[in-house]
Structures are given as structure tokens and as C-alpha cells.
Design a protein around this ligand. Structure first.
Ligand SMILES: Cc1cc2nc3c(=O)[nH]c(=O)nc-3n(C[C@H](O)[C@H](O)[C@H](O)COP(=O)(O)OP(=O)(O)OC[C@H]3O[C@@H](n4cnc5c(N)ncnc54)[C@H](O)[C@@H]3O)c2cc1C
Length: 635
């Protein structure tokens, strides 16, 4: 059982300022298409595949640092583990409800709190290194690129460049590829390829500033941090910067890096950069983290209006000092690796993806500029219609960090007639509020880290009895459910590595409520296939659609796929694009062809499947299971 002792969890007072917490100007914080390789294994449940209780000696993914935690999966987690929801090569079993409650009661320190504490405790000695009082200036300042593959508006890189200038040294960029990390995080081949293309463009951009981007493959994920420390020591670097990622494993890694770098006399400075407003800043009147979007969003707007510098563009690094390139010539020779075998794409897939998703920050800024100039005005009116291509299509850039959320929010604000985040053009306001959802889900992840440990935000919904019907899941993944809008959406994902937001909601709701499949299977399939796969936003979207997440759709609101289809694909244009079996169906019958005599003839002749579940039965089954599951005691 998890330890019962109380652990201190309060955020130390100076930690915020130590890592650029509230003030950007200050000094001072997991889971293909073709395109897709579908989830590999059949999850047929066999009695032999029972889950055993396991003792995890590593702290990643579940426990407080250094603790050995006996993860004891309760009865209801067994079918899901057999279904492959927890990848036991990298993660322990689903966290227990009891430990979730301990997080909520502040009895277990959140990973970010542990990081803040370490930063606070080491502040003086790191500051002495930063100022050069201990150990000199070092040969260069290092910036570790992760999900921030850009030169412009990059907090960590900008700070590294500022410090380097102060000390009269150069900046070195590092990017370490870990195929195992991609495996553990189920990163889609499309996204891996997008990142590699972006890294090459980043390397070229940096090189124009005489800044090298050192690139290396570190096969095992656990060796990444060790290699980073080694490189910093080898290069006689005294200051290392990076931008924070907010998943628990990544926050814990950064915390270890602060300590481990310090042992070698190196100051490691992780920065808030990925959100417009850093996580943890916005609180309810009672001092709590918001779990509802609307009041959170009002505060988010007002906070940014009162702290406008948070949206200021971070300065681009100056060119490295004369002679730096000659002295460090070998660092400029690094080559971007090929896609690892497990993430390979065919030439045809590459051609499709490269045309749809140009990589790198210049492409991101072009896309943003075009959207704000041509489309944002009609965004609110058109954003829900998948066939219109009326949204920003910048999510792949936000996910890879080729575009900062801050850049998007600031650019939209500046395109607004009021030059504010509210008021003015409706489309601009609407778009800003969508980018804000991204921030919201990150704030949620940081405060409720157990959502990254295979647990729904509403952990009291853990005991809903899901179906693990392999045939249904496969039909859903292949776009063969007999519900045209669902099938069109899934086929579009499988071909383009992207899905329109309305369709994400429809397909997710269909999986969790009509098929009553464990929503985490859908969450995994999305992340394994999306070019914009992002844990916080994906988990948030799945939590919303399955009614198990933060600020969710109430469980008794069950999308009717036919009505959604009639409403948002009125003429059936989107369906006809992706479901050629139905392209000759005339009129409204496209939405539910087997309910129409003529249309059913066309559908049958062309091999389009009949609905795999009956709508009314599925609805009633869903309501019953949710009611029963919510009331059930944890085993
Ligand atoms: C089940 C489900 C899974 C999802 N998985 C992901 C994911 O893995 N990665 C991802 O980036 N988004 C995800 N989303 C959110 C959303 O669908 C996409 O961000 C959006 O479709 C991207 O297209 P766009 O860039 O044209 O968006 P726009 O409409 O132009 O929005 C601008 C930006 O705001 C952000 N955004 C918009 N809507 C949301 C939202 N609901 N939640 C969080 N951020 C949002 C994105 O960064 C997006 O690029 C998911 C939504 C659902 C319902």
C-alpha cells in the first residue's frame, strides 16, 4: 500500500521567482494510416495474462522521488492492463485512488513543487555560479532544445543568449534524440518526422547566428540526462538553460538535473515558456486551482492584461562572438538522424505529410500570419465545420514548439481592433479562447499530476466497467463503424495525421459512450497517430468527451453521431471526401445510409458496413454503466 506519512508540499516562497514564475522579465518552472501503425496488439483478454502486483523502485510516473512504491492495481485496473493501456516496459501500474486523494489533499508533493523546492534550496549556490563568483564564466552557455524547436520568442534560449553576452562567451544549442523516449510517449511517426524536419531547419537558422546545434542520439531515455551533464562538463559550460515540459517524469528529470549539474559546478535553469500564463499562478477566491474552464479563462485574460510583459516577445539571440565558429567547428558538423526504424514512414507517406505540414518556425509563422489575415474574422462562425478548413492548423507547431503559444496569443491580440484579448473582433476572441484551452490543460496537469498516471481526473469514475471489444476497437480505428461521420473522421486521421476538433469530440464520444470502450484506448490511438499529439491537450479532450476529465461534458450528454453529422457536415461534403463508398448517396441520407432504402442499396453494394452498435441500445447501456460505475466502491 502507498505510504501514509504526510509529505510537505507547499511551494517555497522564493521558488517562483527563481524560475521565472510570475514575471517573464525576472530572473527567476505520455503516448499511425497508413501514416499510422495502429495500436499493435490485439487486446483479447486471456486468463493467462493476469497482472501481478509489482514493486517499482523507480520514482518515474508515479511516486515521490526516491520512494519505492508498491503499486497494487485494484481489481478494475486488471482488464485495462491486459488491454495494454499501461506500458509496463516504461510505467508502473495505474495509480490508486488513494494516492490521487493524497495528491488532492496536498499530502504528496507535486513534481513541480519538488522542483521549486530544489531550486529554492540551491538558489544561492546556483546564483554564485551564474554571476561567475564561483568557477568563472565557462566556455559557453548551453541551451537544451526539447519541445521548443525555434529561435524566436524562446524564453530559455533568450536567457541563455543574454547571459552569454554578459559573460562575453557564445551559446551552444543541444538536441538529444531518444528513440526510446518516443516509444514510451507513443509519439506518432508523423510527429517524429515533423520534429526531425524542424530540427534541421533550426540547425540552419542557428548556424546563421554562428550558434551550433549539437545533435546526438541517446537510445535509452534514462541516459539523456546523464549525457547532458557529460556534455556540459566536457565543454566546460557553467550555465545550462531549457524550457520546462510539464509531465511528471519530465519535471522530475529537471529536478534531478538541477542537483546533478550542481555536483559538477553547473547551474541548470529551467524556464516557464510553454504557456502564456505559467501553471499555478491563477487561483480561485479560495486559493485553489481552477477545475472549471470559464472562470479560469476570465482570470487568465485579466492576469495577462495586468501582466502584459508575459506576452512580450523574447529577444532573438545575438550572433555568437567572432571566432566562436572556428574554435568549435566540430559542433557545427552534427547531422540530423534518420527516423528510427520503429517510427519509419514510406516515401508516399512522407510526401503527403510534408505537403500538408511544412515544418519549422518559418512555416509556423507563415501559417499564423495567413490565418490571422484571412480567416480569423469568421473563426467563431466556421470553426465547427470540418469541410471548411477554417481553423488555424497550427497545433503541430504548438506541440513541437516551432510556435510558442505566447506568439499566437500576442499576434491575435495585435490583430484585434481593441489590441486586447477581449472585446473587438469575435473571431479573434474565439481563437484566443481556444489557445487558452491549451494553457488550461497544462495547468490541470501540473496540479493534478495523476492524470499522467493512467487515472482520469475524476478518479471516482475509475470503476466504470468498460468494454474491451477488440473488433469494435479495430472497426473504430479503421473507420468501419457504420457511422459515416465517425468513419470519415477516423480515415482522415489515418491519412493526414490530423483531425478537426469537432470530429475529435464526435469520435471520442463515440468510442467512450457508444462503444463503451475504455477511453484510454482512444487516447492512446490518437497520440500514436496525431502529428500534433500532446499529452495535456489530448488527455483533456478525451477526459471532456468521455465525461471522466476536468470540466467535462456531463456523462448523460451523449452525442448523437447522426445529428452531429447533419449539423456540422450539412451537405455531407466531408463524409464524401473520406468515405468513397457513400459518394453517390444523395441528400441527407449520407448521414445514416442504412435508414434509407435507396442509400442502403448504395452502401451495401459498395461494401460500407452496417452500424456496429445500435444507437438507442448504446445510449441506454452507457447511462446504466456510468451510473453503476460512479457508485461502485474502489476495490
Ligand atoms: C479528444 C480530443 C483530443 C485532442 N488531442 C489533441 C492533441 O493531442 N494535441 C492538440 O494540440 N490538441 C488536441 N485536441 C484539441 C484540438 O482538437 C486541436 O488542438 C485542434 O483541432 C488543432 O487544430 P487547429 O490548430 O486548427 O486549432 P484552432 O482551432 O486554430 O486553435 C488554435 C490552437 O489552440 C489550441 N487548441 C484549440 N482547441 C483546443 C482544445 N480543445 N484543447 C487544447 N488546445 C486547443 C491548439 O494549440 C490549436 O492549434 C484534442 C481535442 C479532443 C476533443
Amino acid at each position: 500500500m502507498p505510504p501514509k506519512r504526510k509529505l510537505r508540499s507547499s511551494i517555497p516562497p522564493n521558488a517562483a521567482s527563481a524560475i521565472n514564475y510570475t514575471d517573464a522579465s525576472g530572473d527567476a518552472p505520455n503516448k499511425r494510416s497508413r501514416i499510422s501503425k495502429p495500436l499493435p496488439k490485439s487486446f483479447t483478454i486471456t486468463p493467462a495474462a493476469t497482472t501481478s502486483t509489482k514493486t517499482t523502485a523507480h520514482s518515474d510516473s508515479n511516486g515521490a522521488p526516491g520512494e519505492a512504491i508498491e503499486q497494487q492495481p485494484f481489481d478494475h485496473s486488471r482488464p485495462e492492463e491486459r488491454a495494454g493501456i499501461v506500458d509496463k516496459r516504461y510505467y508502473p501500474s495505474e495509480i490508486s485512488n488513494e494516492r490521487c486523494a493524497m495528491y488532492n489533499a496536498d499530502e504528496i508533493p507535486r513534481p513541480i513543487e519538488v522542483l521549486y523546492k530544489t531550486l529554492d534550496e540551491t538558489n544561492n549556490v546556483r546564483e554564485a555560479i551564474r554571476t561567475g563568483q564561483s568557477g568563472g564564466s565557462g566556455s559557453a552557455v548551453l541551451h537544451w532544445f526539447k519541445r521548443d524547436l525555434r529561435v524566436r520568442d524562446n524564453t530559455g534560449l533568450s536567457k541563455a543568449a543574454e547571459l552569454a553576452k554578459e559573460k562575453g562567451v557564445g551559446v551552444i544549442g543541444v538536441w538529444l534524440m531518444s528513440p526510446q523516449d518516443w516509444e514510451a510517449h507513443l509519439v506518432s511517426p508523423a510527429k517524429c518526422d515533423f520534429e526531425l524536419r524542424s530540427v534541421e531547419l533550426l540547425r540552419q537558422e542557428l548556424s546563421e547566428l554562428d550558434i551550433p546545434l549539437y545533435i546526438e542520439t541517446v537510445t535509452e531515455r534514462k541516459n539523456v540526462e546523464r549525457r547532458l551533464v557529460q556534455l556540459a562538463s566536457e565543454w566546460h559550460v557553467k550555465n545550462v538553460f531549457c524550457n520546462l515540459e510539464y509531465e511528471p517524469d519530465e519535471l522530475r528529470r529537471e529536478e534531478r538535473l538541477v542537483r546533478n549539474m550542481l555536483e559538477g559546478g553547473i547551474n541548470f535553469s529551467p524556464q516557464h515558456d510553454d504557456c502564456a500564463v505559467p501553471p499555478g499562478v491563477l487561483k480561485t477566491g479560495g486559493g485553489k486551482q481552477y477545475a472549471v474552464y470559464s472562470p479560469w479563462f476570465r482570470q487568465w485574460i485579466s492576469y495577462l492584461h495586468s501582466h502584459p510583459h508575459l506576452l512580450d516577445e523574447r529577444p532573438i539571440p545575438a550572433t555568437n562572438p567572432a571566432g566562436f565558429r572556428e574554435k568549435h567547428r566540430h559542433l557545427f558538423d552534427a547531422k540530423v538522424p534518420e527516423l528510427p526504424e520503429s517510427k519509419s514512414l514510406t516515401d508516399e507517406e512522407k510526401t503527403t505529410l510534408h505537403a500538408l505540414w511544412p515544418a519549422g518556425e518559418a512555416a509556423a509563422l507563415d501559417r499564423l500570419e495567413h490565418f490571422l489575415a484571412e480567416k480569423v474574422g469568421d473563426y467563431t462562425a466556421t470553426r465547427n465545420f470540418p469541410s471548411l478548413n477554417s481553423t488555424g492548423r497550427v497545433s503541430a507547431h504548438h506541440a513541437a514548439g516551432t510556435l510558442a503559444a505566447r506568439t499566437s496569443v500576442r499576434s491575435a491580440r495585435d490583430a484585434n481592433s481593441t489590441k486586447k484579448l477581449d472585446g473587438g473582433k469575435e473571431g479573434v476572441r474565439g481563437w484566443i479562447s481556444e489557445v487558452a484551452w491549451r494553457d488550461f490543460y497544462r495547468h490541470v496537469l501540473v496540479h493534478w499530476p495523476y492524470i499522467c498516471m493512467n487515472k482520469p481526473f475524476k478518479y471516482e469514475y475509475t470503476n466504470i466497467e468498460w468494454e474491451y471489444n477488440d473488433a469494435h476497437f479495430r472497426a473504430w480505428t479503421k473507420g468501419r463503424t457504420g457511422y459515416p461521420i465517425v468513419d470519415a473522421a477516423m480515415r482522415s486521421l489515418n491519412h493526414t495525421a490530423y483531425m478537426h476538433n469537432r470530429l475529435r469530440m464526435i469520435t471520442a464520444s463515440f468510442l467512450a459512450k457508444h462503444l463503451l470502450l475504455d477511453w484510454r484506448l482512444g487516447e492512446q490511438y490518437f497520440i500514436t497517430n496525431l502529428i500534433d499529439g500532446d499529452f495535456a491537450s489530448n488527455n483533456g479532450g478525451w477526459g471532456f468527451s468521455s465525461s471522466t476529465g476536468v470540466d467535462p461534458q456531463p456523462y448523460f450528454r451523449i452525442f448523437n453521431p447522426w445529428l452531429q453529422s447533419e449539423r456540422f457536415d450539412l451537405e455531407g461534403t466531408f463524409i464524401r471526401t473520406w468515405v468513397p463508398e457513400l459518394k453517390d448517396v444523395v441528400g441527407k441520407a449520407i448521414h445514416n445510409p442504412y435508414a434509407d432504402k435507396v442509400a442502403s442499396g448504395v452502401a451495401q453494394k459498395n461494401g460500407y458496413p452496417r452500424p456496429i452498435v445500435e444507437h438507442k441500445m448504446a445510449r441506454e447501456r452507457c447511462l446504466e454503466r456510468f451510473k453503476a460505475g460512479i457508485g461502485r466502491e474502489t476495490a
